[in-house]
Design a protein around this ligand. Sequence first.
Ligand SMILES: [Zn+2]
Ligand SMILES: [Zn+2]
Length: 254
Amino acid sequence: MAIKVYKKGDEQKVATNFRAREFDCQGKGCCNTTLVDERLVEYLQKIRDHFGKPVYLTAYRCKTHNARTPNAAPNSYHVYGRAADFHINGVAPAEIAKYAESIGVKGIGLYDSFVHIDTRESKSFWYGHGQQLRTTFGGAPKVEETKKEAYSLGKFVLDVQKACGVAQLDGKAGPVTLSRTVTLSARKNRTHAAVKAVQKRLFALGYTEVGEADGTAGAKFTSAVAHFQQDNGCKVDGEVTAGNKTWMKLLGMI
Ligand SMILES: [Zn+2]
Ligand SMILES: [Zn+2]
């Protein structure tokens, strides 16, 4: 996959139902070229095929136009030709977001009248201009459901008890288990058996951006913990702190 460069206004087809000019920057007099990520085109064509209707999009934004666009992030994926905002007449944006999730799109923003997708590598889902984080739009691939079954709460609690040196290994969390829990934080880049257990549990709960269970608290760990905290009404700091509410929620105590 690569980022392709086209002349603005190029009628060349980039996929069955898309021409290069459809990805052009919408600014006036700001640029002459258009960047288009091939993977983005692939996603859009799949979406086009699935719903069987035209996709109306804005995609590339040159830096000049991006700087003039209200609410645009300076480092927006649009600036690199890696994002598109689009709608399909007669299809609810929520349905599009759900389908995009099911085909493996990692960056999805659901808005009232359109959907943003981009080609980032690690998952970030959000809703609206306030960018409220979302775990899923309901289109998680089936394989993740299987993994959910495979790492139950009981197994997780047992692994935490082992990792944290709890004497009574019963797979049922209580005050004793909680008092032995440790702080897991990317700030300290902590490697710990408990990190591995939390990674596996977060993945099983659908926070798949946590990635491989390698036992090291890194950026993906922080991001997945933050999403979990957001969804569960905990303080959002991306850290699992000894004995706190995030631990209690993870351990199924509350
Ligand atoms: Zn431009
Ligand atoms: Zn966008």
